[in-house]
Design a protein around this ligand. Structure first.
Ligand code: 0A1
Ligand code: ZN
Length: 878
């Protein structure tokens, strides 16, 4: 039953609106039963607009109560209002004020787009197209206007009234009501509008900007949670200071407010001066949040704050340009985390994330360019490709131009485009103009989908002391893009000599080399290095200098040599990962590895753990073997997830067997007696200790008991959760009891319940499908809360390949049944869960067929949202 009318929007059809909105005044009267919204929009035709051109305003599910132009009510024939908006048939050909009035029912809004209620608090989410659910408007990012917002609400239920910008008035409004008047002087698109009304607690602080202005900061939350907002506040102040230091960007309003809400479709939202956050990215205490949670809070607080310049002051012309603000802002938050913590550790973390989530997207049916040229549903384009690959593109720019050249481009971007709604082309242009370079070919990264594969081969001639390195690139076809012209790929590199130290050369020819970066901009390049005294080992893509997959025939011994000696810490880690991935993918395809290979890998791992020059967090990353998804991607097609999981388990057993006692000693030594702190050093130590625990549980008979003991004695959530999750993931004898205890111990805390849902859904035992069904069916399961649903179902589809892709189809069936229900309530959450099916084409045929028929049945039997049908159609290839 596909009734959602096909409609595809194309970038090539972009055109400015015939009218523009000059100013906006909104008046909200919020009452328990309903909310009235009165909008006064000053509108004018553009100079080129023909008189009589209709004005079409967006509206989604609104019912018009009254309408007037310049104070005069409109006759029925002058306008047309329906489900999709409001058309003024023949608006005045001059500046005029349109006044409309609508009534909303925020409590019934479970899509969580527009104005809705979360735990009693009224709040908004307008990106990308939620504002049209609040009032009739030109709801697109190239319409910028200053907003004045008056909010009236009952004092008893909503003592806190917030909107964007600065508070300019407040007071009593009679009848138990009060009001607040907010003014945002910075013209902004509607997607950055926000309003919050509720009975909230808060913490306050202040920040003095580099020019000496004092900014009042506040974080609002449910009463009683104030102390759990302190880490977020600290992160905010550090973010503000960092953006001044690193990019010269100063905050521009007198106040900066953050509000934590429990029902939110994404992580957080950068509304001008009033960021709204999913509470899981604000609340932290040692007993309830893990080190990973603290790290995420810091990162997302920074991300939303950085949007003030890259997103709000300079916004997107249309939604095809989403990557303009998101890729750039992810780059900025990654750089912030690198500066605040350890750069190599952050880089490894980000690359792991890219390989685990973005590579499968880019190599499957949902592949799309970072700047797409078409979409059916824009909400489905808030993807890891737009965000994380988008960040990699900005990083490559910085690699190619150098830090100073990159900064020059950024300075010009802020100078030239402040106040604009602009495009990727304009972004590229500032780097061209600031540096006098041509980036036309580089821009292909934004326009083409797919992960390039770079094949490496080399040869050394000792007689002439000449070293030849060949690099060639190839990118597989992706939907709508059969042929791919070559990318500009920066390859940061070094040559490593036989004793492990860096080697020089006297000359290089055959391609472009800028200091330590080879620029691979053709299909194939052969570089000839002369004056190379010994046969070198090439260390390529240092720091992961480009988002590519490397194919090389470097043997295991050479990889492990790099793991020991490379001066680039990222490549040391990567060499270990490459070695392990290769053995594991061969093992999973029935080509057993040799005992010697495992011995060599083990020696390298042990040496890494013992190296006093490396920090604990790095060691933890080094000993964590590639995940099942990464191994599957390496295999590429005809994947059997059971075989992958078996190979991984077997490998860990063989690696750990002879060194179990030593690892356990190390595990014990790493115990921390100091009080909990989320700082990088302590968190790193815990991650190494828990990494060792993971190996011990998977690799030894007694590991399960060790985990159970850690669970019992843990004094913080990081250690307790790790013990439970590792036990569940290995389905130890103790796992069911630990899960049971965790669930009751933290029964009253929804964010900790999410941790239970995740660990339980990721366990590979045969009972998991029924367990998830039962959890969902429980009468008290909060089935409209996105965090709960995602913790249970997105965790399952993304991280439990063995049970999700069960050959009998039971995993798929459970998910599609659940999605059919969720889709009726919240299409964004439903379609996000469905993206878990994107790896279908890589699976062996029985699993693939079972998955396809589950999706076909879902599509045939239900009237799905555009969000969900778009994902299913693309995965099924139509
Ligand atoms: N701009 C936000 C992401 C975001 C997108 C859509 C949302 O609601 C459906 C919410 C947030 C960011 O990058 O953080
Ligand atoms: Zn963002």
């Amino acid at each position: 039953m596909r009734t959602e009318t096909e409609h595809t929007i194309y970038l090539k059809d972009y055109a400015p609106t015939p009218y523009r909105i000059v100013t906006v005044e909104l008046d909200f009267k919020i009452l328990e039963e309903k909310t009235r919204v009165r909008a006064q929009l000053t509108i004018e035709p553009r100079p080129e607009t023909e008189p009589g051109t209709p004005l079409v305003l967006d509206g989604d599910g609104l019912t018009l109560d009254s309408i007037a132009i310049d104070g005069l009510p409109l006759v029925l024939s002058a306008y047309l209002a329906d489900e999709n908006g409001l058309t003024l048939v023949e608006p005045p050909h001059r500046r005029f004020v349109l006044e409309t009035e609508v009534f909303l029912d925020p409590a019934a809004n479970k899509k969580l787009m527009g104005l809705y209620r979360s735990g009693g608090t009224w709040c908004t989410q307008c990106e990308p197209e939620g504002f049209r659910r609040i009032t009739y408007y030109l709801d697109r990012p190239d319409i910028l206007a200053p907003f004045k917002v008056r909010i009236t609400a009952p004092l008893a239920v909503a003592p806190v009234l917030l909107s964007n910008g600065n508070l300019i008035d407040k007071g009593d409004a009679g009848d138990g009501l009060h009001f607040a008047l907010w003014e945002d002087p910075f013209p902004k698109p509607s997607y950055l509008f926000a309003l919050v009304a509720g009975n909230l607690g808060s913490i306050t602080d202040s920040f003095t900007t580099m020019s000496g202005r004092k900014v009042d900061l506040a974080i609002y939350c449910t009463h009683g949670k104030e102390s759990e907002c302190l880490y977020a506040m600290d992160s905010l102040k550090r973010s503000m200071a960092w953006d001044e230091r690193r990019f010269g960007r100063e905050y521009d309003l007198d106040v900066f407010n953050i509000v934590a809400v429990s029902d939110f479709n994404f992580g957080a939202m950068e509304n001008k001066g009033l960021n709204i956050f999913n509470d899981k990215l604000v609340f932290a205490s040692p007993e309830t949040a893990s080190d990973a949670n603290y790290g995420n809070i810091e990162r997302v607080i920074a991300h939303e704050y950085f949007h003030n310049w890259t997103g709000d002051r300079i916004t997107c012309r249309d939604w095809f340009q989403l990557c303009l603000k998101e890729g750039l802002t992810v780059y900025r938050d990654q750089e912030f985390s690198s500066d605040e913590r350890s750069r190599p550790v952050q880089r490894i973390h980000d690359v792991q994330n890219l390989r685990t989530l973005q590579f499968p997207e880019d190599g499957g049916p949902l592949a799309h360019p970072p700047r797409p040229d078409r979409y059916r549903e824009i909400n489905n384009f808030y993807t890891t490709t737009v965000y994380e690959k988008g960040s990699e593109i900005v990083r490559m720019l910085s690699t190619l131009l150098g830090e100073a050249g990159f900064r020059k481009g950024m300075d010009l971007y802020f100078e030239r485009h402040d106040g604009d709604a602009t495009t990727i082309e304009a972004f590229i242009k500032v780097f061209e103009d600031a540096n006098g370079v041509d980036l036309a070919q580089f821009a292909q990264w934004y326009l083409q989908a797919g992960t390039p594969e770079v094949t490496v081969s080399d040869e050394y001639d000792s007689a002439t002391q000449t070293y030849r390195l060949n690099l060639s690139q190839k990118t597989k076809p992706t939907p709508n893009q059969p042929d791919k012209p070559p990318f500009v790929i920066p390859v940061r590199f070094g040559l490593v000599g036989p004793n492990g130290s860096p080697m020089g050369w006297s000359g290089v020819s055959g391609g472009t080399v800028q200091e330590d970066v080879i620029v691979l901009d053709e299909e194939s390049v052969t570089l000839t290095f002369t004056g190379v005294a010994n046969k070198p080992v090439p260390s390529l893509f240092r720091g992961f200098s480009a988002p590519v997959r490397v194919v090389s025939n470097m043997d295991l011994e050479t990889l492990l040599f790099l793991a020991r000696h490379d001066s680039d810490p990222f490549n040391r880690w990567d060499a270990l990962q490459t070695a392990a991935t290769r053995l594991l993918s061969e093992g999973a395809q029935g080509r057993a590895w040799t005992g010697d290979a495992v011995d060599a890998l083990r020696d390298a791992l042990v040496e890494t753990v013992q190296d006093p020059s490396l920090d604990d967090a790095f060691k933890a990353q080094a000993i964590s073997l590639p995940g099942e998804g990464v191994i599957a991607r390496q295999i590429g097609e005809n994947v059997d997830p059971d075989a992958v999981a078996r190979a991984r388990r077997q490998m860990i057993r063989e690696l750990v067997a002879p060194v179990g006692a030593a690892l356990e000693r190390r595990y014990e030594e790493l115990t921390i007696s100091d009080p909990y702190s989320p700082d990088a050093a302590q968190a790193g130590r815990r991650s190494l200790r828990n990494g060792l625990l993971s190996l011990l549980v998977a690799g030894t008979e007694t590991g399960g008991q060790l985990a159970a003991r850690q669970y019992e004695t843990a004094s913080n959530m990081t250690d307790r959760y790790a013990a439970m999750a590792i036990s569940a993931h290995n389905w130890t004898g103790e796992a069911p009891a630990l899960l049971g205890d965790f669930r009751t111990r933290f029964a009253g805390d929804p964010l900790v319940f999410d941790k239970w849902l995740t660990a339980s859904a990721q366990a590979p035992d045969d009972g998991v499908v029924e367990r998830i069904r039962a959890t969902l069916a429980a009468p008290d399961f909060p089935r409209t809360n996105p965090n709960r649903l995602r913790s249970l179902l997105a965790s399952f589809v993304m991280s439990n390949p063995v049970q999700f892709a069960r050959a009998d189809g039971a995993g798929y069936a459970m998910v599609t049944e659940a999605v059919a229900e969720i889709d009726k309530v919240n299409p964004q959450v439903a379609s996000r869960i469905l993206t878990g099916f994107r790896t279908l084409p890589s699976l062996e045929s029985a699993r693939q067929a079972a998955g396809r028929s589950a999706l076909e049945a879902l599509r045939a039997q239900h009237k799905l949202s555009r969000n969900s049908s778009d994902i299913i159609d693309r995965i099924l290839g139509n």
